[in-house]
Design a protein around this ligand. Structure first.
Ligand code: ZN
Length: 249
């Protein structure tokens, strides 16, 4: 299957539309989304509607759960908590019903999906090789996809590194065009964030995944950041949430 993997859209409609336009210019069997459709950005309803129409599979993320009132937001940053409260006020019943149907993990496919990590699908940020190795050893699938950190990166263990006490995972941040050969080894892969990248590249991130050829390619697409920023400025959302989009942080 040829899959387009999206994550952490965060109510950024301009970014989501740019990514979907790229996907539509190519041939993909399915679009999968790893969660956090809303939160931070100004267009939660339009993003939820587009994702519900276009993605054949979508997880729920911690921000989505917070908007649903299903997660304590005391550990959220002030701006994130403010965005949760704002999104709760404006979201339509359709958006909330869509998010309510979603789960934070899906292990029903050959590739496993988790919003955050295999051992904690809602909260854990997988950023370090020793931590990634522990997570990879806990996943049943050989290849798993995670979002949540908003950083495009990957970790890999050799097939024989699956036992406890084995090596640290090899890994790196992955810039645009980075291609992974996934035919052997055990992998944990983050496509980066569509709507709020935090790896210093402000372009919207997504991932091509081919499960026949067992290869993945990291993609970045420019989008109208001004449009997303102006949409935020027109609301009561903290203006910092608009500024950070320009620097990819
Ligand atoms: Zn997120």
């Amino acid at each position: 299957m040829r899959l387009a993997i999206l994550s952490d859209i965060h109510a950024n409609l301009a970014a989501l539309e740019a990514v979907l336009a790229e996907i539509d210019g190519d041939e993909f069997d399915e679009i999968w989304c790893l969660g956090d459709v809303v939160g931070y950005g100004a267009e939660p309803d339009a993003c939820a509607q587009l994702v519900s129409e276009r993605a054949s599979l979508c997880l729920v993320g911690n921000h989505d759960l917070a908007v649903l009132g299903a997660l304590d937001i005391s550990s959220f940053s002030p701006a994130a908590a403010e965005a949760v409260r704002w999104t709760r006020e404006v979201a339509t019943p359709e958006t909330l019903e869509f998010l309510e149907r979603l789960e934070p993990a899906d292990i029903s496919h050959e590739v496993a999906l988790y919003h955050a990590s295999p051992r904690d699908p809602v909260w854990e940020y997988v950023l370090w090789p020793d931590q990634a190795a522990e997570c990879i050893r806990m996943q049943d699938a050989r290849v798993s996809l995670v979002g949540h950190s908003h950083v495009a990166l990957f970790f890999a263990l050799p097939e024989d590194g699956a036992s406890a006490g084995g090596p640290e995972a090899r890994g790196a941040q992955a810039g645009a065009g980075t291609r992974l050969e996934l035919d052997r080894g055990r992998w944990l892969i983050n496509p980066g964030s569509v709507g709020q990248p935090r790896d210093g590249d402000p372009r919207a991130a997504w991932l091509e995944l081919d499960t026949d050829a067992w290869a993945a390619t990291y993609r970045r697409v420019e989008y109208e950041i001004d449009r997303a920023a102006e949409a935020i400025a027109a609301t009561d959302l903290p203006e910092h949430l608009a500024r950070r989009l320009y620097v990819g942080q």
